[in-house]
Each structure stands twice: as C-alpha cells, then as structure tokens.
Design a protein around this ligand. Sequence first.
Ligand SMILES: Cc1cc2nc3c(=O)[nH]c(=O)nc-3n(C[C@H](O)[C@H](O)[C@H](O)COP(=O)(O)OP(=O)(O)OC[C@H]3O[C@@H](n4cnc5c(N)ncnc54)[C@H](O)[C@@H]3O)c2cc1C
Length: 416
Amino acid sequence: MKATSDVVVVGAGPYGLSVAAHLNACGVKVRIFGETMSFWDRHMPMGMCLRSPWEASQLSNPGGSLTIDAFQAATGQPVSRPIPIKRFVEYGRWFQSHAVPNLEQRKVAQIERESAGFRVALADGEVVQCGRVVIAGGIAPFAVKPKQFTGLPRELASHSSEQVDLTRFRGQKVVVIGGGQSALESAALLHECQADVELMVRESALEWTWQRPWLHTFRPIGVVLYAWPDVGPAFISHAVARPNLYRMLPRSVQDSWRIKSIRANGVGWLKPRLRDVNISTGLAVLAAAARGNQVELKLSDGSHGLVDHVLMATGYRIDVRKYEFLAASLRSSLRLIDGYPILGRGLESSVPGLHFLGAPAVYSYGPLMRFVAGADFAAREVAATVASARRTVGQQIAHPLREPSTVSAHRISEEA
Ligand SMILES: Cc1cc2nc3c(=O)[nH]c(=O)nc-3n(C[C@H](O)[C@H](O)[C@H](O)COP(=O)(O)OP(=O)(O)OC[C@H]3O[C@@H](n4cnc5c(N)ncnc54)[C@H](O)[C@@H]3O)c2cc1C
C-alpha cells in the first residue's frame, strides 16, 4: 500500500526547512525529505563566513521565534559576525529540531505526475502519493564548469562546490578562477593555509560591496538606500525586498535589476585578507591540459603556466531539468525560460501543485530568492496557497484543479 500525504517537501536547506515549518503549523499532513543543511556542510569551504548580514541569514518559522539570536541564547554560545559557516549549519540543525522534527533524512529518487496529484518515489523504495510537491532542492546540480577544463580529472580541476577542506592544497600551486565572493573567499582561505594561490579574473577589475558598511547600517541613510534584507544595489534593493512588487515590473527592468543584484562581487571585509594574494585581472584561461600531476594553462595574454590545481569558482546556471528526481514527463510539461520555471502565485509552476523555491524562483520572483533572506517570503506564500486550497477543497489537499495564475508567464513569453 502506498503512503499518502497532503504535501511533500524536497530539501532541508534554508528554504525547505522554512516552508516545512510554516506548513507544519497549517495543520496539513507534510512529509519533508532531505539532509539538513547538506549543501552548506558538504559543498562550501570549511572556514568560510556568510556573505549575507545577520538579519538576512535567518530561517523562517511562524511567529519568527527561531532566530540566530534565539539559537545563541539557547546554546549559550555566541555567533560571531560575519557568521561562520560551521555555526550557520549548527543553527540550521537547531532550527530543524525545533520546527521540523518530522524531517526524514532520505533521498527522493523520482517525482511523477499522476491523476490524483504526484507519485514521489524514495531511493529506499517507499512511494508516497501527495497532492502537492514543493521543490527546495538547491543549486548543487547547476554548478558551471567552463569547457576549457572538460576532460581534466577532478584531482587537477574541480568546481568550488566539490571542495570542502582547502587545507589539502597546502604547499601547492592553485589557480582560482572567478571574481565572485566564492572565488575571493576561496583564494583567501587557500592563502591562509599556505597554498601558493593566484586568483584569475576575466573582468578588468574586481567589484566590491559593503565597502562602506555605515552606508548600510547608519539608520537615516541606510534605510533610504537599502531595504532589509539588503540584496541588490542602493534603491533597487527596495524592490528586490518585495518580490510580489518586483514581479509586476516590466520584464526588461526585472532582468536588468536581477543582473545588477546578483553579479559577481566580494564583500568588503574580505579585502584585507586578499592583500597578499596574487590577483590577475583581465586574464582568462583559453585552454588547459593535463601534464603528469599538473595542469598546463594557456592564457589569454599568450603566456603558459603549470599549476597543481585549478579551482573553478565559476558559479551556477539554473536549469531545473537538471533535477534528476523530476521524471522526464514532468520536466517536459514545465514551462521554462532559460531553465527557470515560470511561477505563478504561491511560487507554483505551470504544473499545478508543483512549487519551486530558492534559486529556481529568481526569474519569476527576483534576486531575493537566491539568498537565505528569501526563505521567509517563499515559505509564507506557499503556506498561504496551501491553506487557501484547503479551505476551498476541504480537509484533503486535492490535486489543484485550475492552472496556477500565469499572468506574468504570458508577459514573459511574449517578451522573451
Ligand atoms: C559558496 C556559497 C556561499 C553562499 N553564501 C551565502 C550567504 O552568505 N547568504 C545567502 O543568503 N546565500 C548564500 N549562498 C546561496 C545559498 O546557496 C542559498 O541561499 C541557499 O543554500 C538556498 O537554500 P535552499 O534551501 O534553496 O538550498 P540548499 O541549502 O542547497 O538545500 C538543498 C536541500 O535539498 C536537498 N536535496 C537535494 N536533492 C534531494 C533529493 N533528491 N532528495 C532529498 N533531498 C534533496 C539537500 O539534501 C538539501 O537539504 C551561497 C552559495 C554558495 C555557493
């Protein structure tokens, strides 16, 4: 016999945990699958600190009681600023134990549509039937590796998401590719663990944010320039902080502000840690080949060099078709733009009852969805949609009968 549930949540990072906390409080039957904070624990470098400020790094539960401040008070151990990743993972686990005790640390193997909703098959063989599925599966499958490094073994060239303990590169010559926070912080960490590191940036100069923290924090000025949670440039941040407003803006404005808000840059507090790091700007790798235990790089200035390792801090490109757990039939029925699902109210996709949270929601709801700070909005929207469907349909969360609101979807496809 198959198990049934009203809603299944896939993912136990900031978005999955937050939405499950809100759904648990709605009185619906929720099953949530995933490993608590696994991306932060196993796909980011040890010793890293969060780029997002304190207020923008909170998970969300109804009533907002499970904050990092509450975590500090409950554990009696202060959390420093910027927030160390180790403490953030501990905070996520503490949050989960309080708000999402029903989390099952199990892997979802396949999600298929069926007449009464969805069929969710777990890797261990159990099958769950449900009316709605909320995908909060994160960005791990979307890691971008430039084609120059295709064919090189992982020992010689790896994506930043594949390295946790950078101390293994002590004494080695490492080139870090990229100009965003991940590249800059990896270069700083490598330098601090005595690797011979070079940061190679294609752009002609590095970009920084939070260079003058008082512009963000000094009340009369800060609140005019930047809305909490401080995602995006001055003024634009006010629209980014309001995703339901953001999605009403003309598509061209949304696209331009999205690019400005999530473009590669580093947070000001990293600058002193990079003082002694060799940084090459305006330089790109044209080709790379294995030479024994090393990699030979052919660079855009005509030079060649031998290094022990190339670390690609080259970011992520969203394409939800890369979520292997989505059945092929489901993937093909999703309306997508550049790999992003088109989402209507409640972050619901063109497949009724299927919701996407986190980075895949950026195209429809703006850059806030790329950060932890968007979890509160997303969790509340999904919970409100589920609660309203429950009121309409009765106690059972039946498969939604109508297509979700696709007003903006029409506009997007016309303008794309
Ligand atoms: C180096 C780096 C630094 C960052 N720093 C910040 C920062 O300081 N502040 C900030 O706001 N954002 C930061 N981000 C962005 C950050 O990744 C997102 O904000 C955040 O992880 C989004 O949370 P999520 O819940 O969507 O996904 P994730 O945290 O990635 O969680 C995904 C979840 O899905 C689960 N999962 C995946 N597949 C399955 C499956 N088949 N079955 C079951 N479960 C599954 C995983 O186990 C995991 O629990 C950073 C990103 C990177 C790469």
